[in-house]
Design a protein around this ligand. Sequence first.
Ligand code: PEP
Ligand code: MN
Length: 333
Amino acid sequence: MIAIIKQGVQKNQIDTLVQWLENQNLTVHISNGEFTTILGLVGDTTKIDIELLENLDIVEKVKRISEPYKSANRKFHPQDSIIDVGGVKIGGGNFAVIAGPCSVESEEQIVEIAKKVKESGATLLRGGAFKPRTSPYDFQGLKADGLELLKIAKQETGMPIVTEIMNANHLELFDDVDLIQVGARNMQNFDLLKELGKTKKPILLKRGLANTMKEWLMSAEYIMSGGNENIILCERGIRTFETYTRNTLDLSAVPMLKELSHLPVIVDPSHATGISRMVKPMALAATACGTDGLMIEVHNNPQKALCDGAQSLTPDEFSDVMNSVSKIVEVMK
Ligand code: PEP
Ligand code: MN
């Protein structure tokens, strides 16, 4: 339920109303826009007398929100959310590119790639340390050691770091990670989402392999309802009957989610297509349909990559993508 407050109402009057609502076991989200203040009410609103609320002097209108996701809903929070990741802003007109290898393999590898992608304009460094691999016989990542190497690359370049968590028990290892990724395979790991809701860390929530946008927003809601509203959504392609590409990039998710939610939405054309030469056209298309950023896999030697070499760009290819993407970013302003 949302309560739209009349224009020009004093803050202390709003505070009194908020207090009254909170005393009825509701959580109140206050969204202060340029002209209107909206109170988003979460919890069991069935006991609230809508007429009573609507008849209060300071209330303009009361509306029930039919969608099951509340905190993530744009009706609750009409302005775009801007997420600060270690000083880099994403959303609300702030475009950011996350780049780096699928997996951290060695200090030389991650530091060299970090320097190269930074030169080309990437503002955040990615690198998997805990890798969710389909086969247990494949490289599983350097785990805690990989996180240490990422931190070295962060020190050397000043870039905030992004890496995936697979298990809530590892959370203490992620203190210096700026953006914690929840991968596609864990989008509905509700226990993990609940634990992340108790932190204040920005979370990059990737879309599940075969999940609807509603399910995806409900996963965001799990984190938000715990008190952590720092979420960035990442479209990374979904399973369809198509086999020429690794997944099918659902670009319509970008404008649709931006309509439904205030959370930033970024696109990962690398996992979406699985083919390095498809990354540039899909990165451009994603930028043209309003994404708030991109996540692109880059490797200094893709043929030798321990994971996802076929979809990884060389640093030179990444630089070329960035040149073209930046032109579209200008057009979209
Ligand atoms: C990744 O980003 O390396 C990854 C495993 O992505 P996804 O969860 O989208 O497959
Ligand atoms: Mn990968």
